[in-house]
Design a protein around this ligand. Structure first.
Ligand SMILES: Cc1cc2nc3c(=O)[nH]c(=O)nc-3n(C[C@H](O)[C@H](O)[C@H](O)COP(=O)(O)O)c2cc1C
Length: 328
């Protein structure tokens, strides 16, 4: 049976950022936030020997594995893998506009072929224990077109899926970069409100442009849930309030020396197996907005070069000890 999971607060999939290490930090700060892996191409997931460094999910539930692909057999295999690896959900990426992804016939360009997407989502439903979902845009090109969005949703819902994450912007497939595609096409939250009124039993999670936890909280009152990307990328430590604000947990998480110790315990076995930057970068935004954090940051960066994890841990522990008041 599928677990009942509250997706009121989700952390968006972000390639290069929502690594197993970042996710372990997110999980230390929030026991409830719904996590996503980075997108992984189905063929990479199936054939690469090195996927463990992307998909490891031990103790990170509730969590979804996001895949990019459009070949039914591959998608089926990925669902099976996601289930065996104890993921709660497998999510199909229909939002990425990059040229490489378009070449591979996946991501946002799939919005042009809603029947193919429906079939992909059908193929992914290999058993009743793993949830299948999609993350899509509200349309393609420069103009808003609600009918296009509604027709897309009408079709893909025939697959039987119940959860849709929507980045509330169009994707523009030519002429702008993936980065530009996250800010140039205007946001339109109304599309999500409108489609929800047509399908009240489907879970629609709102994503795009949510710049603060306060705004996320307000929006969560009008939507089934919210998904945040760049805010968490820039300042993961704002997650410390999430369980309290979104899930009515009695108290907020307090950042302490234990936060650092827990994180280092997680990454230590991976030292030498992954880059020092991937291992440490999630933690470095602890300096975000804290007075006199700059010297600590310089010390950390110079010790990253020598990969001296004991010294790095000490510097971060000292920082937390000295700046606890500012961080919490
Ligand atoms: C660095 C970066 C990488 C991203 N990678 C993915 C990805 O792998 N899969 C995906 O569906 N979206 C990806 N996105 C898009 C985010 O999931 C999200 O939809 C987008 O950033 C809008 O949300 P935000 O305004 O809260 O950041 C990425 C965004 C960023 C900033």
């Amino acid at each position: 049976m599928k677990k009942v999971i509250d997706r009121k607060f989700c952390i968006a999939p972000m390639m290069g950022y929502t690594t197993p290490y970042a996710r372990s930090l997110y999980r230390i700060l929030s026991k409830k936030a719904f996590l996503f892996t980075e997108m992984i191409a189905t063929k990479t997931l199936i054939h690469s020997k090195n996927t463990q460094s992307i998909i490891a999910s031990k103790l990170q539930n509730p969590i979804a594995l996001q895949v990019g692909g459009s070949e039914y057999d591959d998608l089926k295999k990925c669902s099976k893998l996601a289930f065996e690896l104890n993921y709660d959900e497998i999510n199909l990426n229909v939002g990425c506009p990059s040229k490489v992804v378009q070449k591979g016939s996946f991501g946002a360009c799939l919005m042009q072929d809603k029947i193919l997407v429906k079939n992909c989502l059908e193929a992914m439903q290999i058993n009743k224990n793993i949830e299948v979902s999609i993350k899509c845009r509200i349309g393609l090109g420069r103009k808003f077109n609600y009918d296009y969005f509604e027709e897309f949703i009408d079709e893909i819902l025939k697959s039987g899926i119940k959860i849709i994450y929507v980045h509330a912007r169009n994707a523009i497939l030519n002429g702008i970069s993936p980065k530009g595609n996250r800010s140039i096409p205007p946001l339109n939250y109304e599309f999500i409100k409108k489609i929800k009124s047509k399908y009240p039993h489907i879970t629609f999670i709102l994503n795009g442009g949510i710049g603060s936890i306060e705004k996320a909280l307000t929006l969560s009152k009008y939507h089934d849930g919210v998904m945040l990307g760049r805010l968490i990328q820039n300042n993961p430590f704002c997650l410390k309030n999430v369980d309290n604000l979104f899930y009515n947990e009695p108290s907020q998480y307090i950042i302490s020396e234990n936060t650092i110790k827990e994180y280092f315990n997680f990454i230590r076995p991976k030292v030498g197996k992954d880059s020092v930057y991937r291992l440490l970068s999630p933690l470095l935004n602890i300096f975000f907005g804290v007075p006199d954090g700059k010297q600590f940051k310089i010390d950390v960066h110079s010790n990253m070069k020598n990969q001296n994890f004991d010294i790095l841990e000490k510097i971060l522990l000292n920082f937390v000890k000295e700046k606890k008041l500012f961080i919490n």
